[in-house]
Design a protein around this ligand. Structure first.
Ligand SMILES: Cc1ncc(COP(=O)(O)O)c(C=O)c1O
Length: 535
């Protein structure tokens, strides 16, 4: 329990799911000398003297690893696993992260032996099946984005941005001048300015207008011959679609600058509009957001980069190409030798049209951005999702994601301040303005949500909204689950009025109560040391 004794109002909401509260020591604390989770048979080969084999590299002190029995290890980690929140437990409304359900069909397909066990060193001729999967995903993503060609190599959204801006730089260099700056709106995801800076560009901030969009006049005044690109998230982190995007593209192109679209929020556009049709030159996708592959705790993500044909020579190596009877066919539909045009999705592509292979002979390429070809397991899952939904299913998914966000907006806008009244797409951003008058901040409300059985929404982002509550329900949620979330948020708003201390000291139902986040961030203790006593 926290400092304030509170009871959770069980009657006000149907969604009370107390956090697991077992206590659990560290494995090191449970350790006892001599305990083992294995038993080896007696040695049946000649013994080796480690000192002779390893010399000075021989360990002279014990590794101080915990010693436990098998059942103790299993129980320890199983108990810990129950303390995690997951999309498989309930709604995960973490705005901007698109924590949608990962359908089990994806996992089923990814575990098919021939795909799961394909080794990256397998010769192309013996890997045609998995290469067809990669090729089909590439063609699906090209079709969905309306771009000309693609690389699947980057391992995350931010990594995709990095790759995309490397393409921009390489193209400008090929024109004789890499240019100096990248424009970034104040509503951008933090990875955008970081990307521009790491690619050697100066970052110039672009102020949003009152609707949360780009101010065209301000843009026209800021773009010049030093501008390499504008990095634009569309829909933005405010959940707002940039209606004048084609005009934005025209303004940039008139000065020789490129339009980079952060396509991490494509879950609001798939099946509706295509960035390639509204002037975007290069963009990335987050397969782990839009196409339902697991986010994986910073693990195997995938951030493909799609671009227009003029950027194709700069794509990372290797590039997947198909050997046809008249030459080599890349994704962009141009034969290397025969220069034969084949549209994306053409019946001439796909199995039977010629063998696929990785092409390393690309003199203008920006080089590799990752080992091998990217996270193939994620490609398989994303393709399974795309094929299982089909074009109509994908469009429906987009509509449901937008509908869910707007349902929440409508049901909460009387209690929570809506700083931008522009129509919402896949997420809705409120501010804590009204609750702050009672001394309750967005972070307090988010922590109180945990007591109601929900993962918190995104707190204090985007930065242009002071005290932001950024809520993205995704299409995964049923009306019933949305209603429970709305009920919880309404109940918390009432608590702010009547018993603000309850909210300010939340969470109350978790194993540990309010943590000292500043100390945790500034002085983290990341590994066990026998000399550090836990308080
Ligand atoms: C708009 C936007 N851009 C970029 C990213 C970065 O993607 P990643 O976390 O995969 O690096 C995200 C992640 O959520 C995002 O929401």
């Amino acid at each position: 329990m926290g400092a304030t004794e509170v009871s959770i109002p069980r009657t006000t909401t149907g969604k009370i799911r107390p956090h697991q509260t077992q206590n659990e020591g560290l494995v090191f604390e449970k350790s006892a000398p001599g305990k083992k989770a294995y038993k080896l048979p007696p040695l049946d080969v000649p013994a080796v003297d480690p000192a002779k084999v390893l010399g000075d590299f021989r360990r002279t002190r014990s590794a101080e690893l915990p010693e436990l029995s098998e059942i103790e290890i299993i129980r320890h980690f199983t108990r810990l696993s129950t303390w995690n929140y997951a999309i498989d437990l309930g709604m995960y409304p973490l705005g901007s992260c698109t924590m949608k359900y990962n359908p089990r069909v994806n996992e089923f397909v990814a575990r098919i032996e021939g795909l799961a066990e394909a080794h990256p060193y397998r010769p192309d001729a013996l890997a045609q099946g998995v290469l067809e999967v990669v090729d089909l995903l590439q063609r699906c993503l090209i079709e969905i984005t309306g771009m000309d060609t693609i690389t699947l190599q980057p391992a995350a959204g931010a990594h995709g941005e990095f790759t995309g801006i490397l393409l921009v730089r390489a193209w400008h260099e090929s024109q004789g001048n890499p240019r100096k700056k990248v424009l970034i709106p104040d509503s951008a995801h933090g990875t955008n300015p970081a990307t521009a800076a790491i690619c050697g560009y100066a970052v110039e901030n672009l102020k949003s207008n009152a609707d949360g969009g780009i101010d065209l006049e301000a843009l026209a005044a800021q773009v010049d011959e030093d501008t390499a690109a504008l990095m634009l998230t569309n829909p933005s982190t405010l959940g707002v679609f940039e209606n004048e995007i084609h005009k934005i593209a025209d303004i940039l192109h008139a000065k020789g600058a490129l339009l980079y679209m952060d396509g991490a929020n494509m879950n609001a556009l798939v099946g509706k509009v295509r960035p390639g049709d509204f002037g975007v030159d290069v963009m990335h996708l987050n397969l782990h957001k839009t196409f339902s592959t697991p986010h994986g705790g910073g693990g195997p993500g995938s951030g493909p980069v799609a671009c227009k044909k003029f950027l194709e020579p700069f794509l990372p190596v290797p590039v997947l190409v198909r050997r046809t009877s008249t030459g080599e066919q890349g994704n962009e539909g141009t034969s290397k030798q025969g220069n034969r045009e084949q549209g994306v999705g053409s019946t001439k592509l796909g199995p039977g049209a010629g063998a696929l292979h990785w092409d390393y002979d690309r003199p203008k390429s920006v080089g590799r951005v990752r080992a091998f070809y990217g996270n193939t397991g994620m490609f398989i899952r994303a393709l399974a999702y795309i094929l299982a939904n089909g074009p109509d299913g994908l469009r429906q998914t987009t509509e449901d994601a937008v509908l869910n966000a707007n349902y929440i907006r409508k049901k909460l806008e009387d209690l929570y301040e809506l700083p931008y009244k522009t129509p919402s797409m896949h997420e809705v951003v409120f501010s804590d303005k009204r609750q702050a008058a009672k001394g309750v901040k967005t972070g307090d409300i988010a922590k109180r949500l945990i007591d109601y059985g929900f993962h918190p929404y995104t707190v204090s982002f985007p930065l242009i909204v002071h005290g932001a509550l950024m809520i993205e329900p995704t299409e995964s949620e049923s009306r019933e689950e949305l209603d429970l979330f709305i009920e919880a948020m309404r109940s918390i708003a009432r608590e702010v009025e009547e018993t603000p201390e309850v909210v300010k000291t939340a969470p109350h139902s978790t194993r540990v109560s309010r943590l000292d986040e500043v100390t945790a961030a500034r002085k983290p203790i990341l590994r066990w040391r026998p000399d550090v006593v836990r308080s």
